[in-house]
Design a protein around this ligand. Structure first.
Ligand code: FAD
Ligand code: FES
Length: 284
């Protein structure tokens, strides 16, 4: 009999499973992309996740940090994490090398509603490191391109040196089945794309609001302004999805660290519709 998906979580959700770092890409001065392979054969073969879910990544002897999965669910056997060096755990991860072992628990949380999105146009808006969880969704849409209508991606960073996944975006800019617009707040001589905050890009796009789902991920300050632009384009609040980052510990709704309104971000989110967020009276 074959084991069902994520059976390891039902057995013990607190147990970190060892993974081997199989590749490290320096994306910017402070962000690296890590590819991990789960060592246990059965856990690896049955590990399944949705775009927008996260894992608790652990460095043994240091601690744990919640990190979104950046790779597509279709990439089996490996997961990718795009990690900014922020403190103890992420700093310790940044000092690791290929072949080193780190732990993961998960996948946890509720991801993007990919089944609802299928058959519709999709508008994805990312700011800074917010591209990390959206990258998983972008890759999934790329893998199942025929399932979606028009796909528009707006991505803003502070300056060209902070643009993540630039090598991939440079390739995608030339495809005619994705509309990708990049912008930076402050350009330099190397920059040939847009300049200004990401909300300025809404003047450049056409949205059929009746058939569009959208997802936003970025610094909290960005959400309100992006949602205002989406609402001006006529988008419904229950088709706009946002991802919340809160302090997390357990990842499974037990410790109470990640409360938002009457819900827990780790199990009821991190992805919420804007309609849900409004009902949680969450300050967006
Ligand atoms: C669901 C979720 C998904 C995430 N995905 C990613 C990701 O894909 N890539 C990534 O690099 N980071 C991600 N983060 C943020 C990441 O978890 C934190 O940067 C990490 O926990 C910091 O741990 P540390 O031990 O390195 O730093 P610490 O020493 O714990 O903290 C360093 C600094 O970061 C602040 N900080 C820590 N956690 C948070 C938080 N949740 N929100 C705001 N500030 C915080 C601290 O106050 C401190 O100033 C995510 C967080 C959540 C909740
Ligand atoms: S992280 Fe413990 S309840 Fe959410």
């Amino acid at each position: 009999m074959t084991a069902s998906k994520n059976q390891h979580l039902a057995a013990n959700p607190y147990r970190p499973w060892p993974t081997r770092i199989t590749s490290i890409v320096d994306l910017t001065e402070n962000e690296k992309l890590f590819e991990l392979r789960i060592i246990d054969d059965e856990v690896r073969d049955t590990f399944r996740f949705d775009s927008g879910q996260f894992v608790e990544m652990s460095i043994f002897g240091v601690g744990e940090a919640p990190i979104s999965i950046s790779s597509a669910p279709s990439k089996r056997g490996f997961i990718e994490l795009c990690v900014r060096k922020a403190g103890d755990v992420t700093g310790a991860l940044h000092s690791k090398r290929c072949g080193d072992i780190i732990g993961i628990r998960g996948p946890f949380g509720r991801g993007f509603p990919i089944q609802e999105m299928k058959g519709h146009d999709v508008l994805l808006v990312a700011g800074g490191l917010g591209i990390a969880p959206l990258k998983s969704l972008i890759n999934q849409i790329h893998d199942e391109r025929h399932e979606f209508g028009k796909v528009t991606i707006l991505y803003g960073a502070r300056n060209p040196s902070e643009v993540l996944f630039r090598y991939q975006f440079d390739m995608w800019k030339h495809r005619d089945d994705f509309e990708l617009i990049l912008t930076v707040d402050e350009a330099d001589d190397s920059w040939a794309d847009e300049v200004g905050v990401v909300t300025k890009l809404f003047d450049k796009i056409e949205i059929d609001s009746a058939r569009t789902y959208s997802a936003i991920c970025g610094p909290p300050v960005m959400y309100r302004f992006v949602i205002d632009e989406m609402r001006k384009k006529g988008m419904d609040v229950d088709r706009i999805f946002v991802s919340f980052e809160r302090r997390m510990k357990c990842g499974i709704g037990k410790c109470g660290h990640c409360g938002v309104g009457h819900q827990y971000t780790c199990i009821d989110g991190p992805v919420f519709s804007y309609w849900e967020a409004m009902n949680l009276q969450e300050a967006i």
